[in-house]
Structure formats: C-alpha cells, structure tokens
Design a protein around this ligand. Sequence first.
Ligand code: HEC
Length: 469
Amino acid sequence: MDFPQFFFDLIGNRLFMAIIASIHVFINHPLAVGAYPLIVLIEWWGRRTGKVEWDRLAYRITFVLFIITTTVGALTGVGIWFTTALIAPFGIGSLLRVFFWAWFTEWLVFISEVILIMIYFLTWKRWSEGLMKKVHIGFGIFLAAFSWLTMAIIVGILGFMMDSGTWPVTRTFISGFFNPLYLPQLAFRTTYAMMTAGLCAWFMIFFFTEKGSPFRRQAVRLVAAWSFGWAVPFIPSALWYWYRVPDSMLANINVGLMTQRFMHWHHTLAVIMLATVGVISLITLIGIIRPRYITGLVLLVPFVLGIWLLGHFERVREFIRKPYVIADYMYSNGVKIEEMPVFQRDGILPYATWVKNHRVTSVNQLDAGCDVFLVTCSRCHTTSGLNSLTAKFKNLYGPEPWDKEVLNAFLRTMHVTRTYMPPFPGNDAEVEALVTYIKYLQNNREPIFDAQARWQPKPAQPVDSMSSP
Ligand code: HEC
C-alpha cells in the first residue's frame, strides 16, 4: 500500500490496463504462439511437395508477423509492465517476490525468441536450398517452441493470481507456479492460440494468393484443417478450465444472492462461448470440404469471433478474480488480508504514506474522504467517469440526495453481498469521511486530476500516538 497514487479519473485504471493488456494478448496468442508452428508447417510442406507457392505464402505471412510482433507486440508487453507498476505496484511487487526466477527465465526466453525471429525471417531467402533449408526449418521449430514457452511461464503467474492454491500456507515457488489453474489454463490458451492462428492466416491468404487459383483453395484447405484440428481439443480444454474456475471461486463466496446471479451469468456465457467455437468449427469444416465457398466476408467471421471469444474470456477472468489481485492474499486495492483487522481498528490513513490527510479530524472530513476514496476504491472505480461511484450509487439509491445512514451501512457491508469487492479497510471515522465525500460527489462532478500530487509528508510523531487505540 505504500506507493504513490496513480489514478486516471474519467476512464479509470481498470480500462487503461485492460486496453494495453488486451492488445498484447490479441497479438501474442494468434500471431506469435499459434502462428509460428503453423508457418513452419507450411514451409515444411512446401519443401516436401516442392511447390514454391507454399514457401512464398509462409514467407509473406512471416513478414507481417515479424513487423507486428516486434513492434506493437513487444511494446505492449513492456507496456503491461509500465501500467501494472503504476496502477498496482503492490501487486507486481508481491508477484515478483514469489516469481522472480520465473520472470527472469521468461526474460531470457523472450530475448532468445526475438533473436530467433530475426534469424528465421532474415535468413529465409538465403537459406533456401538443401541442407540450409533444413536448418532454417529447424530454427523455425525452435522459434515456435520458445514463443510457446514464454506463454507457458506467464500462465503460471496468471493462474496464481486467480487461485493461489496451497501457496498461502506453504509459500513455496513450486506450489505457487503449479497452482490448480495452471494446466487447465495452459491447455486452454495453447489450443486457443493454435486455432486462432489459423483464422488469422486464413485472413492473410486472401491478400497473398490469387483469387480463384487452385493454390488458394489448397491453402484455404490446409489452414482450415489446422484450425479445425485445434478446435477439437480446444473444446474440452475450455470446459476443463471453465469448470475448474468456479469451484474454487465459489468456495470463497459466502452469500447466495450474488452467487446465484453469478452462476446464471456464468452458464449463459459458457453457452455463448461454446456456440462461438461451434460456428468457427463449422466454417473451418466448410473450408476443408468446399474451400471455394470461403470468400472474403465469410473469412472475416471466424476471425472476428475468435477475437471476441478471447476478449470475453479475459474479461471474465479479470472479473472473477475480484476482489483480489492475488487470490487469498491481497485485495485489488493493495490491502493484504492479514492487514485488514489492523486497518479496521486504527484506520488506513495513519498507515498510508502517500495521502494528504493522515487522520480524519472534525475539519478535514471532505478532504480526508477523498484520500480514503483514493486508497480504498480508486483501483476499481472513478469518481464520475467510467464505472464511477456516482453512477453506481445513483443506480442503487436514485437521484434524490443519498442518505448518510444508508451509505454508511453500504460501506460496512459492501463485501458481504457483493463479493467482488473487498471489505472496507478503515475505521468508523474513515467510513464517515468517505460518506461525506460520496455525498459531495453527487453534486460535484469535478474529476480528481491531481491524485499523483496530492500528498503531504507524515507528521513527525509516531503513528501509534496518533491513532485511537
Ligand atoms: C476490487 C475492485 C473494487 C474495489 C476496491 C471497490 N469496488 Fe465497488 N465494485 C467493483 C465491481 C467489479 C463492481 C461491480 C460492477 C461493475 O463492475 O460494473 C462494483 C460495484 C460497486 C457498487 C454498485 C453495487 C451494486 O450493487 O450495484 C458500488 C456502490 C460500489 N462498487 C462502491 C465502492 C466503494 C465505495 C468502494 C471503496 C470503498 C469500492 N466500491 C471498492 C469493484 C470494486
């Protein structure tokens, strides 16, 4: 919790993070992890059949991938580090302590991957015959393996954030990395990446092959067979993952109302997702049997559906992880579970370095309320922008002036029925201060622009003498 606030009012920290992370995943899965094995397959097939068109197609697709993955792909990867370090430094800090060596290894693998991409792409024309062609394909296989490996390492950390398994007790690297969600999520992402790589390659075939040519039909067929072949294991791995998640999440959810709503929503989404895979499978099946029916627009359908599927998956994954940034260890606002009783007793402000008011007094209620909002709610809500407190409370209590007692009761029990939110980590005076601030927000929609700058050094006397107990 002891980090300066970084807060994007209006669009909110959540969306800011989501945009960068989604772009990264949309590139990483289909265009790196899934695409390299497919390209190597096409290259190998070209060598085997002796048809140069295959080789040319593989080269052109690699050119596109090379540009996208080494620019937007790599930049958004680094971007995730920047944004998480700004928005949730406490979360990244804790994860680094557990997974330092995993991340270090991932970094080495990533650097190797970039070098392999360079070698693979830049030697393509030169190593085109005989033994050198074989060596080239060998590099392609290494490249495919390394790009999968980077994902396989990161998935350990992503799974840990959702379900830390036995780690809170054992605190070992192995128990954290091989958490209960590791294998299902790895299977899900691997098959997803392979399947959608085909959809993206399909898309490119229409630019890189001649309309109506027999080669285009052959290429459509090969790539359709690839995607269809991966859609088959994708379905059981998606189900494995899907049904692995709720059991552990539901165990933490204590009250029925949200559970029921969540379950209902969860099942509807599962059906929609399966239907999406069904449509993708159907279209790719047509691509195998009757490749000439697959024309420009039809081709876009599986591509768009593939992106939609992943977008939803990531959204749901982020949602069900709440209220935690690290399951069973730390809430999304940086408060550790074990710190909660202390904050509820003494208040959170005396322990927060980067706030303006370190204590609620009779004269600073409103300003201290703003501090309380920043440290306890701002990771997930804005004041009046996206997912704002003003909109949420208006939804709940209407446009009339909100009642102090009602807001007060809400804050004290917010985590009970709305299990996606952490308990309020503060004392009575801070609840009052936040209520004052929320009531103020109802009539004053001025966003907070200076969250980064609004802090005052703590007074010299020790914290203990300031707080009540
Ligand atoms: C872990 C992230 C997180 C934190 C921290 C958090 N919230 Fe929420 N809150 C959510 C989510 C998620 C929703 C659900 C709705 C959504 O995303 O649109 C929500 C919904 C709400 C709602 C609407 C509830 C309803 O039943 O309609 C209110 C009011 C609210 N939050 C207030 C607060 C206040 C006040 C704080 C700070 C004390 C806070 N939240 C902290 C994530 C959070």
